[in-house]
Design a protein around this ligand. Sequence first.
Ligand code: SF4
Length: 194
Amino acid sequence: MSFKITPSHLLSYHFCPRFIWFMYVLAIPEYEEQRFKVQKGKEIHENRQKHNPDYLWKKLEVVRRYGPVALQVSKEHLSGVPDDIVELDDGSLAPVDYKWAVYPEFVYPGHRMQIGAYGLLIEEIYQRPVHRGFIFYIRDGSRVMEVKISKWLKEKVRESTERIVSIIQGEDIPDVTGRKIRCLDCVYRNICVL
Ligand code: SF4
C-alpha cells in the first residue's frame, strides 16, 4: 500500500464514511475551511507560546514537552504529526492537539479517534505507556479536555483504519450516513447521491 492513513482520515471517516470515498477515491478537493481552521489553531498556539509558555502545562502535570514529531508505523498503516507530545509526571507520554473551535460539551467521536490514533502511534514508536491525551479548544480562549486513551479506543482506531483502507483500495461507495443532519454541513452534499 503506497498511502498512509492519518488522523485527518479518521476525522473524515467518523463524520461520514462516504466522505472518504469522495475525498480519496474520486479525489475531489478537501474542505478548505477545515484546513483554515487547523492552520488558524496552530498560528494561535504559536502566538500563545511566545507570550505564556507555561499556560496550563503545570496543571496538567506535564514535566517535559517534545513538540510536534512526525510519527509513522507501518504495521497499522498509520501516520501523523501531533501538535505536541508531552511527558507527564507518572512517566507516561501524552499527545496534544489544538482545535480552532469553541469548548464543546463533550469530545466529538472524530476528535476522540484522532487523539487515540496519536496515542497508538506514540506508544508503538516510543515503547512508553500512553494513558491519556489532551485537546485544547482555543477559539474562545484556551480550555483543555482530557481524553482517556483506553484499550477500547485503540481498538476502534485500528478497526476504523482498516475500514478506511478497504474503502480506498476497494473503491466501492459506502452507504450514506444515517445522521442526515451532517449532510447539511457537508461540502459534497450537492453531488452526493442521497
Ligand atoms: S452528503 Fe451526507 S452522505 Fe453524502 S458524503 Fe456528505 S455527509 Fe456523507
